[in-house]
Write a protein that binds this ligand. Structure first.
Ligand SMILES: [Zn+2]
Length: 438
């Protein structure tokens, strides 16, 4: 065999394929890979795909050089020259410092094939996994923001979040136990994990015990909306919400809002200042007594105050905004700059286009509609209420945190550790691979 074939691009070269594409599947872990074969590289690539990396990310991790996609979609190397770990000859790139990957020598072809094989295997595994989901889960595993992606694409998109969180097989970990659910005979949109829905049946019994006679007022609140399983991260973070496990339920979301916007929180704090209530601090200190009853009482007092304030000012504000929209006048501007109007203006801006609908809801129903009996019963059965949160209250939200067991510790979402492993492989196995292949 001629030595020139190693880095000559014109002659056909047989690429080393000691890894076994298609045979490894999800069970192929880094622990199983033999360090001296290319299995390890394949396992690194497969692991990277499980963590949500793109083929470019994976190539980047394996070659230890920064790569980018050309407009045509092919891989580019952005260094003037790239040194293959298997030979000392530098590969010259084009004048502008960018060379097509295909011109980068056999090592890169080998890596690219390996990466694409691993990607194909991973994609097939995800398709099989998605195909095995029950019909109910398929019907609710949808993109919650823009329902454009197919269910399978969305599953592909979300799976790495679960994997990184320590759930290697989401169907076996929890998805297979998500099913239709109801609370007081009202359907919970998205369904729930069966552990949570079974507990809700207990909550129901407890509520009836507490109220003695159910006059239908509980159902009236619940009918305004019950939400369960939603496969997504907590808004504004890359952490999975308990909704993503079917272990949380939202009640009447419009009138038990989740407050995150600083401007809204500060306006509300100002409205309830004399109640000693803050929307960005715990409602109850750890050393205070009274438990869930006192928590509910404080939340209710704040809610009453907010709706009272809106009854006083919302109509006037709406009238002024409408007048401003038609043709503003100094008088309209002067009144809008007033004490309460300016606060309302700040809040309305933060709430966006639907501000009037939202604020009308808060005026008419308040920002706390959870019946005391429900809060008490949930608490008694160990379900956590979002009203207990410190910085960001989520009054609609009831959850069983950390209740789905992981099958692995949490994983890094980056690839730094995999890059280290790739380097280890390069150092240890490069010579052996080089000799066995040529
Ligand atoms: Zn929630």
């Amino acid at each position: 065999m001629k030595r020139t074939s190693r880095h000559g691009n014109k002659q056909p070269i047989s690429l080393p394929r000691t890894y076994r594409p298609g045979m490894l599947g999800v069970d192929m872990t880094l622990d199983h890979a033999t360090p001296d074969s290319a299995d390890l590289l394949y396992a690194i690539a497969y692991e990277a795909f499980q963590r949500g990396a793109s083929p470019v990310d994976v190539m980047d991790a394996l070659v230890r050089r920064k790569l980018q996609l050309s407009p045509s979609g092919s891989l580019l190397l952005d260094h003037q020259s790239v040194q293959s770990p298997f030979n000392t000859q530098k590969i010259s790139l084009t004048d502008n410092g960018i060379g097509e990957l295909a011109g980068g020598g056999w090592y890169y072809e080998f890596l690219l094939n390996l990466v694409l094989d691993a990607e194909k295997d991973y994609r097939n595994m995800v398709a099989r996994e998605y195909g095995g989901l029950n019909q109910f889960v398929k019907s609710v595993f949808l993109d919650p923001d823009k329902r454009i992606r197919s269910g399978q694409d969305y599953y592909y998109h979300m799976r790495p979040s679960y994997y990184v969180a320590g759930y290697s097989r989401p169907p076996a970990n929890f998805l297979d136990r998500i099913g239709p659910a109801s609370f007081f005979n009202i359907i919970v949109a998205g369904g729930l994990h069966q552990d949570f829905s079974q507990l809700l049946a207990e909550v129901e019994k407890k509520v009836i015990e507490l109220v003695k006679i159910n006059d239908g007022s509980i159902e009236a609140v619940l009918r305004r909306g019950l939400g369960g399983f939603v496969p997504r991260n907590i808004r504004g973070t890359n952490m999975l919400s308990n909704h993503a496990f079917g272990m949380a339920m939202d009640i009447d979301p419009a009138h038990n809002p989740y407050f995150t916007d600083r401007r809204v929180i500060e306006t509300l704090n100002w409205i309830v200042i004399d109640l000693g209530y803050y929307f960005d601090r715990p409602l109850m200190r750890k050393d205070e007594s009274g438990g869930v009853d006192e928590l509910h009482r404080r939340a209710q007092a704040a809610s009453d105050r907010v709706s009272q304030w809106l009854r006083l000012h919302l109509d006037e504000y709406k009238t002024l905004k409408d007048a401003q929209g038609r043709m503003s006048s100094p008088e309209v501007e002067r009144r809008l700059a007033g004490h309460d109007m300016a606060r309302l203006d700040t809040m309305a801006m933060a709430l966006g286009k639907t501000w009037y609908t939202i604020l009308k809801g808060w005026r008419d129903f308040g920002i706390q509609t959870i019946p005391l009996s429900v809060a008490r019963a949930m608490h008694a059965l160990g379900i956590r209420w979002g009203q207990e949160y410190g910085e960001k209250k989520d009054g609609m939200h009831f959850e069983l945190p950390n209740s789905v067991r992981r099958d692995s510790s949490k994983r890094s979402s980056g690839l730094a550790d995999l890059k280290e492993l790739a380097l280890f492989w390069t150092n240890r196995s490069g010579r052996a691979l080089k000799q066995s292949s040529y």
